[in-house]
Design a protein around this ligand. Structure first.
Ligand SMILES: CC(C)C(=O)C(=O)O
Length: 355
């Protein structure tokens, strides 16, 4: 396996990893700060024998994803917050038809058109309300350019394995920053998709991909089946990284770009004698409740650090279930929290000053 490092933007590393994962269809629409994903795909897809298409809207793009996925292809679309909202209906249809596919959100501040600076304010949307109906999507939260590539690659595999949409929940900071990255090897064998509408030359029954079920019993049965599958996903696919959590009394929980700042604050808190640690969820759905449980032995308090008004903190509170206090620190509107601000919040929780 080649370990050659290349310097790339997060958006571009993610796009290249998708190609290496076998993605041959990309349907997009420009929006800051994700446009490099589309630009990269426009350049690379024709060379790979794939299709890049700039759709007339985000809604059109997600429905093209539905079509290509129905035919068994690995397919991706990408946008930023307001654009992802437009895709919600299509993602719900994909979930209802049990279609895999990768949706990227390079988040910017909201609500509404908001701004073009980084944000994590679509956590609730990704984990709770990606569209109408009873369903979940897999949500991966990269924290480095390397993870933008690795998790995009993994997202295709897991989306196919569980026949569900997968989201990369990135942000404008990770999308725009450049770091060295080792790109994944090209996938050798794509999985069989016996359910896909590939044409059958009269040799088998028609495959039908649909999300319309007018019989309530059948719709309920399918929803129950899907939620049984989600239980398997929750048991097998929780991912998290911990840093200095073995004896941590103040456990910071932080994902994506913000986790990098929380990491610096933990190092500085330790230098002041505060037993702080960091738990970084890598999957946001399923939320890594087992990793939270692993910290319960020493934790006296949790601090959820986010680039929003407090969204993931809900999941931390659910996992902690009232056993110790769970507090929140965040900045919003495109403002990136500083290590100083986070350190101050740690000091306050530890009862050692803070403004
Ligand atoms: C309105 C502008 C800022 C915009 O949404 C974009 O360029 O993505």
């Amino acid at each position: 396996m080649s370990q050659e490092k290349v310097l790339m933007k997060g958006n571009e590393a993610m796009a290249e990893a998708a190609i290496r994962a076998g993605c041959r269809f990309f349907f997009g629409y420009p929006i800051t700060p994700q446009t490099e994903v589309a630009a990269y795909m426009a350049r690379r897809m024709p060379k790979e024998g794939g299709t890049y298409l700039q759709a007339e809207s985000e809604i059109a793009a997600i429905n093209m994803v539905y079509g290509a996925s129905s035919a068994g292809a690995r397919v991706m679309t990408s946008s930023s917050s307001p654009g992802v909202s437009l895709k919600g209906e299509g993602v719900s249809y994909m979930a209802g038809a049990d279609l895999p596919g990768v949706i990227v959100n390079v988040q910017r501040g909201g609500p509404g058109l908001g701004g073009i600076q980084p944000s994590q304010s679509d956590y609730w949307q990704a984990t709770r309300a990606m569209g109408h109906g009873d369903f979940q999507v897999l949500v991966f939260a990269p924290s480095t350019v390397q993870e933008m590539a690795d998790l995009a690659y993994l997202a295709f595999e897991k989306a196919d394995e569980y026949r569900m949409p997968a989201m990369i929940l990135s942000d404008g900071m990770l999308g725009q920053m450049m770091e060295p990255v080792v790109l994944p090897e090209r996938v050798e064998q794509l999985p069989e998709k016996p359910w896909a509408t590939t044409g059958h030359k009269g040799e088998r029954k028609h495959n039908i991909v649909d999300s319309l079920y007018l019989t309530a019993d059948e719709l309920e049965r399918l929803n129950i089946e899907r939620f049984e599958r989600y239980e398997t996903v929750k048991a097998r696919e929780q991912r998290a990284e911990t840093f200095m959590c073995e004896d941590a009394e103040i456990v910071l929980v932080s994902f994506g770009a913000t986790a990098r700042i929380a990491h610096s604050a933990v190092v500085r808190a330790r230098a002041e004698g505060i037993k702080a640690g960091l738990l970084r969820p890598i999957t946001l759905w399923p939320f890594p409740v087992d990793a939270i449980e692993g910290c319960m032995g020493c934790a006296k308090a949790f601090l959820s650090v986010e680039m929003n008004m407090g969204q993931m903190v809900d999941d931390v509170r659910l996992a902690v279930n009232g056993r110790v206090p769970v507090e929140f620190f965040g900045r919003t509107g495109g403002i990136i929290p500083t290590p100083d601000e986070v350190l101050d919040a740690i000091r306050k929780l530890a009862g050692k000053g803070g403004e």
